[in-house]
Design a protein around this ligand. Structure first.
Ligand code: AMP
Ligand code: GLY
Length: 424
């Protein structure tokens, strides 16, 4: 089988590395890919917003499966266009991808399906949003409805901050994404992520992870796409996972199917583990980045077989994903300046990274040499029989990499390492 993989980050490098291990896979094309992906795939420049061009490419190259990594082409309906051209595709339709593309859509679905989540109000103009604030205690959470690259969520500690956030959003700070806002009750607890794949009827668990969203050690400073992650997340015990499947994932899949927008692909649930049980913070309609890197590192099954079975609606007859009992931990090496404007072009020498796997997130080749070409640049990923061991293996590999214009957090996995030491 020939595969087309859409995307260019560390998530797609991890997917490509795993797909390339499948005996069913003959060749992989990546659009646009990156130098790490190029070790396993032919990188092609295709305009993925031109759906007809992507479908034509699939016909020319006899593509048997398209795997869409990021959310934007899903929300944009690329999966629909490919399905209409009879190309099997891993990823939800535009309607189902509203789970990530519209926070208001997801909150309303939670109401209809009885899914536990924070109490909320949707507002489509500033006066309505300001009036709604009276019903919430502080801190209060203000969210732009649409895709905002992880930046559209503001946790307002004071009434003034809440007013300002509403003002900014309706003034266009997040463009169209802020044309509607969701105001939410602030939930307390520990956050964890849970992944499941579904073809719209069968659902199988794909493991758990925790990431570190803030740029600074100790989880402080601005939000990023994620500075590191580990899997599994022991806080999400088997009992809690069963609750998440039963109370959150299954009703989501069932409701979307009943309403004529069946979900096919991976569901990535961001959860708050509250005193009242797990509650949904948000859904993403794709694998997490860098959570995917740790999931793929633990995956022992044939990824191509799983993704193809999902795409074809045959998940029920496919063996479920088997994940190693080991922990995997990934450290993001970013370019200085990230999450603001990152320094581009910094030289990178990977050296000997031992047993660790280095996924490329934002790299390029310049005159044959590897250089930084993005905010998040490398994902240094290692395994161990505890988070502590995986962490230490990942940082030894980080220390073998020369990347003077890069930086990383030195405390990825700190919560779990403290628990393993008996300190928490
Ligand atoms: P989201 O993009 O919806 O995942 O939100 C980004 C981050 O904001 C989450 O990972 C949480 O840390 C925080 N957050 C979002 N909604 C809430 C909420 N209702 N209560 C507490 N924290 C939240
Ligand atoms: N690491 C969080 C995300 O992929 O949304």
């Amino acid at each position: 089988m020939n595969i087309l993989l859409v995307g260019s980050g560390g998530r797609e490098h991890a997917l490509c590395w795993k797909l390339a291990q499948s005996p069913q896979v003959e060749s992989i094309f990546a659009a646009p890919g990156n130098p790490g992906i190029a070790e396993h795939a032919s990188c092609v420049s295709l305009d993925v917003t031109d759906h007809a061009a992507v479908a034509a490419f699939c016909a020319e190259q006899a593509i048997g499966l398209v795997v869409i990594g990021p959310e934007a082409p899903l929300v944009d309906g690329l999966a629909d266009s490919l399905r209409a051209a009879d190309v099997p595709v891993f990823g939800p339709s535009a309607r189902a991808a509203q789970l990530e593309g519209s926070k208001g859509f997801t909150k309303a679905l939670c109401d209809r399906a009885g899914i536990p989540t924070a109490r909320y109000v949707r507002a489509s103009h500033a006066a309505e949003a300001r009036a709604a604030l009276a019903d919430f205690d502080l801190p209060v959470v203000i969210k732009a409805d649409g895709l905002a690259a992880g930046k559209g969520v503001i946790i307002a500690e004071t009434a003034d901050e809440a007013e300002d956030a509403i003002g900014h959003m309706f003034a266009g700070a997040f463009g169209e994404a802020g044309a509607e806002v969701v105001i939410e009750e602030f939930m307390t607890g520990e956050e964890a992520s849970f992944f499941a794949i579904t073809d719209g009827s069968a659902i199988v668990a794909f493991g758990s992870a925790q990431d570190h969203k803030r740029v600074g050690e100790g989880d402080i400073g601005p939000n990023t796409g994620g500075m590191g992650a580990y899997s599994p997340a022991p806080v999400l015990t088997a009992e809690l996972e069963a609750q998440v499947m039963e109370r959150i994932i299954a009703p989501t899949v069932a409701t979307l199917a009943t309403e004529g927008m069946p979900y096919s692909g991976v569901l990535f649930a961001g959860l708050m583990l509250t005193g009242e049980g797990p509650k949904l913070i948000e859904y993403n309609c794709r694998f997490g980045d860098p959570e995917c890197q740790v999931l793929m590192t633990r995956l022992q099954s044939d990824l191509a077989e799983l993704l193809l079975a999902t795409a074809k609606g045959e998940l029920a007859s496919c063996p479920p994903p088997r994940l190693s009992d080991d922990y995997a931990l990934t450290v993001v090496m970013a370019a200085k300046g990230y999450p603001g404007t990152p320094e581009k072009g910094g030289a990178i020498a990977l050296g000997d990274t031992g047993g660790a796997k280095v996924f490329h997130a934002g790299t390029a080749l310049k005159d044959g040499a590897l250089v930084a070409h993005g905010g998040r640049v490398l994902n240094v990923t290692a395994t161990g029989s505890s988070v502590t061991e995986a962490q230490s293996a990942a940082y030894s590999a980080v220390d073998g990499i020369t990347f003077p214009t890069g930086f990383c957090r030195r405390d990825i996995g700190w919560r779990e390492v403290a628990r393993e030491r008996g300190e928490a």
